[in-house]
Structure formats: C-alpha cells, structure tokens
Design a protein. Sequence first.
Lengths: 179, 566
Amino acid sequence: MIKRTAVIGLGSVLMGDDAAGPHVLRRLEAELDLPPGVELLDLGTPGPELAHIVEGLDALIVVDSLKMKGAAPGEVRLLRREEILRGPQPDRLSPHDPSLRGALLAAELLGRSPQEVLLVGIVPAEAHLGIGLTEAVRGALPEAFDAVVAELARLGYAARLRPAGGVAEAWWERPQPGR
Amino acid sequence: MAQRIVVDPITRIEGHLRIDVDVDGGRVRNAWSSGQMWRGIEIILQGRDPREAWLFTQRICGVCTTVHAITSVRAVENALGLEIPINAQYIRNLILAAHALHDHIVHFYHLSALDWVDVVSALEGDPAKTSQLAESLSPWPHNSRRDLEGVKAKLGEFVARGQLGIFTNGYWNHPAMKLSPEVNLLAVSHYFQALEVQRKANQVVATLGSKTPNIQNLAVGGVANAINLDNLTTINMDVLYRIKDLLAEVKTFVEQVYVPDVIAIGAMYPDWLGYGAGVKNYMAVPDLPLDSKGTQFDLPGGIILDGDLSSVRPITQFGEPYFQENVAECIAHSWYDGDWTRHPYEEETVPRYTDFEDNGKYSWVKAPRLDGRPMQVGPLAQVLVGYATGHPLIKPEVDAALATAGSIAGVKLGPEVLHSTLGRHLARAIRAKVIAGLGLKHWGLLAENIGKGDFTTFVKPEFPKGEQRGFGFHEAPRGTLSHWIVIKDGQIANYQAVVPSTWNAGPRDDKGQPGPYEASLVGNPVADPERPLEVVRTVHSFDPCLACAVHTHDADGNEVSRVRAL
C-alpha cells in the first residue's frame, strides 16, 4: 500500500531550462490541494542527501530536465524505475551529480528504496548560465504538470486542483529593477 | 557506451573538474586542473535587491547551499556596517556547524574512503577478528561480531546478485590498495553507519533552516526564526532539545568512529604522509562568531607561508583589512577576456573560450591569489593555524592523533607530516571533532541567552543612497569562502564569489605559479596509468566540489587513458 510519496523538483534555477523542475513544483504548490501523505520538495541540485530523501518512500515522482538520445527540446518523457536503473552505474555518490540512479541505489543499500518511481523528464533547449526558460520548455510545463497529477491519481491519491487556481510565482524570475 | 539514456541533468554532468597529468617513470611530472563549467553569479545578481542575493547564491551549488547563503548575508551586513542580534549569530553557527559535520562525514566515508578501502576485499574479512581489532581502537558499540557479520552478509548479497550498486566502479584489487580484509570490512561497516549519521546532521540544518538543501530562514540583519517558548511553530524547548540530541549523536560518531578510522587508515598508508603537499601557503578565516560584531570566534583564522608554523599572520575579525586589500583573481590562464589580475570589487566576467591549451588558457576557474601568492585552503589550513597558535581545542587533538597514528605505524610522527594527502584527511577529521564539541557549546549559548529573555533575531537593514562596498567570509567545509558586493542606491552593482575550490582548484597565474591541486599532484606515484588511483587520492583529499574527470597523458603528451572518476 502506498503511504508516503514525494514529488521532487530537481534542477538549477540559475541555468536556463534546467529550472523546469522547480517551475513545475511551484505550479503544483500553487494549484494543487495536496492529499495527506504527499510531499512537494524543490531540491535544486542536491548532493548525496538525495539518497536520504528518497529512502523510505513508497512512491517517488521526480520532475527534472532530461537529456535523451532522439528527444527534442520541449519533449516530456516519462521513465519508470527500471529504465532509470538501466543506465551506466555511477561510481559512488558524487557531490555534484545528483544522480537519481545513484540515490535509488544508495537507498537500496539501506534497504528502503521506493519501488514506484516515475521520472517526468523535460528535454531542455538551453541550459547555460542565465535565468529564464526557452519557449519550448515553457510550453512543456503543462504537460509535465499533468503527468504528475495523473501519476498521483494512478497511485490512488485524490489530488484536486484548487477551484480558484493559485498563482505560481517563481521568485527567481522577478524582474531586476536596475537592469 | 551501449546505453545512452542520460538521466543526469545535462548542466550538472557538464560541470566537471578535469585533471590532466603527465606521467613519466611512474610519477606525475606535471599537472593541470581545469573547471569545465563557467560561473558568473554577478551577471544574475546585478540590479537586484541585496536582501535577496542569498536566495540566488545558495543556488550556485547544490551541496554548498547554506554556506553561500550565510556568506552572502554577511557580505551585505559588512557593506552596511550592520551588527546582528547574538541569537541570530548562534542560530547561524548551529547551522554552519551541522552543515560542516555533514560535509566532513560524507566526504570521508562516501566520497573518498573507497580510494583507500577495497570493498571486494572486505568480503574476505573475518568478522570476529575485525571486531577484536575495532574494539582495540574505539569504544563504539556497533563494532560487534554480529554487526560485522550483518554487513558482510549484506555486501555478499549484492555481489551474489551481480550488482555492487554504487560500489561497482571502484579501484578494487589495485596494487596501491594495502589494507587487510578486516580493516576493509570495518571501514565498509562504518560506510553504512555514516549514511545514517550524516542524515542526523542534516536534520539539524533542516530543523533550523526550515528546509534543506535550500534553507529559508536567513535574512540580511539576522535570521527569520521566531523564538517563542510557548509556540509550537517557532523555536521552543522541544525543538531545542531535538537539536541537542541530534548534535550529541553526531558527536559520538565523530569521536568514536570517524577520527579513529582516519587515524588507523592513515597509519596503514604511511607513504601517503609524504605525498601531496603542494602549495604550503595556507589560509583560513575565523568562524563561529561569539559576538554580534564578529570580533571573537571559536575557530581560528590566519595565514601561514611556506609551511612555516613558527609565524602565523592572524585574521581576527569580520572585515579584516589585510584580507580585504590583498585578495585578487588572475585570469591569465582562464577562459575570460584579457589577462588581468583584479580585486573582486573590480572584476568583470567576459567569457572567452579557447581550446584546452597547456600553456595558454585551460580552465573556467580563475586563479585567486593573496598578495600575489597561491594559498591552500580547507580544514588543513585551519587546523595548522590552530596548531601553530596553540588553539586550546585544536592543538591537543593534533598531538593526540599524531601520537596514536605513530604508535600504530611504529614511527614518530610530527606535525610536518600534515603537509600531505593524508594530512588533509586527518585535519578534516580533527576539525569535525572540534566542531562537534563547539556545536553543543553554541547550542548552550543560545539556550542560555533565550533563558535570559532575549528573543531578538533580526534587525532591519537600511540602505542609504550612494555606494557601499563590503565582503563576507566564512570558513566553509572546503575552506575560505568570500563574497564581495558593491551596492549602489540600494541595488547590486557588482558581486563576486571567491570560493574555496577556486583557491584550491584554480589554474596557473600570470607568473606561472600553479594552484594547490596542480602542485600537490607533482611527484605522486602512479602504478597503473590506466587506473590512476593515486591521482584520485590526492585530488579527493581536498574535498573537490566538482566531480572529477581524470585524464592521463604519457610523456609525449598523448592521451593514454581517459578515466571518469567521481
């Protein structure tokens, strides 16, 4: 039975399209009435502690930018646990490489790796230093949002949209008055 | 290269540190350290509100979030001449201490111990003998035969299933691996236990900072934590005691596991007390302030030149003029336009990428210098400053650790062995032990001050018209971090972060002086150029904040291997 679920946004808000994950998280925070047992976490680019965040969860939904052969910028790809683990093995927990695969494997060493895992991957066009999404990725956010809501429903949660609809503010996109 | 699904987000896997070494006759003859990702936080911050800078700087790096946040607010406070309430100082100190403990433990066990510990050999370890050995080193209660049998069984299961998981790509059976199966088994068991303990250190950060990795409780002028002993949602006695328990648990692990492990492993690799010194100019800044102004500290700061411990130039206060005046960054070998050396207030960031040029530009990292000299920063620098100045907490720990390591190794060890690859590990463990004690001390100071009825945590900053300049520093887990800010009419006009890994991983400067990583690698042995474990050992000893790709060249400059080592 699914008891504990986390929706995690990964990515740097300072690196263009890499902010897709944090953006989707802001929208989820603003627009969703969260059912008990579900947590929303914008983690930025975490290090080894990612293992501890996923450890002990029953289900995990990750929203992140994703590089994948044959996928075009702005595409949303969904990967399940087995597909995530199928990649090359990471050497060891690395401080700057918040490898989801590494975190899942480390959680397994501790004996408590979530079994239900969905990666909602958004393929970036530009991920260089600078704030702001490209049109391709901004246009993909609703699809990623819907994928998270659908996954919550599949897991048995009644995740309802707030009737009024909240306003998602991305603090990092506030204008710079002096520029 | 069969599978090309890259789940790791692209920006972060491109952010590698690259190390190139020339190897000849089994030794490193020359080395280059190159950062493969460019940074330019000032481009993002120009024109913004200085009160929000920390929100952005803590996103520079997913591992060093809190340290960039705290250094940023210190920089703005310095520019404004703002003193913060003592409660805010203590709360920040608790976060800094817990973060440092988390970092040091994770660095040793999860990011570098496997350079020395052979996981596969641990499968041959005899749990009974291992337990006996462990009990001779430490009173830690989780070294029993049963505990170790459990670890061995767990490891065996992974191997039987054909998957070592995160242990897959280690340098197992490498000729430079020297520990007995029993010591390897003991270290692996502590690797697992450290996974649990580091989480407790992180819980302290999360409890006070509201969230981790990106804390929410800071403000220019103090912290946003409300203290109200009768309110469940603020800092109250319940929260305070939870923090105390967590700190105490981490402290026990550091004293009974981390420090003894580093001493024992160090004593079993005595050669490595002779490799990896490199740049013997050291710099640390004081930290864990005891007053509002930042003139008294529990951790020492100072400068040591040429490894001479008989004379230390102390750094004693926030805003230290010598530090402010003498830090500069050089871009002669960095991928920016020009070849200048400038003060952080005067820097600009105009990228100009060339190829990797051995004698030209080869890194996105700039080369920071103090009064023209490269400086090594990090726990070793702080511990040496403490040792040389007779710091009451640091000096006895160093003497005791050297005596124990010497008795295991059967030689007499003096402080000169600290200038080495293993010296950096030992210093980090000692620093962790000192900070573990100080964390509880600052917990006591906070509780005592609250007990007096002082609940103040914030003073409102005022931004006058005109220009203000300031800098903040923090002795972060990887060493001296400084942020430099120029404010004009309440907005950010310039901002620079001079980070520890820039001091250590920076390239050569305009005089051709190599940076600490580069200098430390020269002379290192390399038994097998296809598996340059020894290079990885020395680079990892600095706690590099970038994943590291190691390239090995033969003397003709041809690449003989390209090794991905994290």
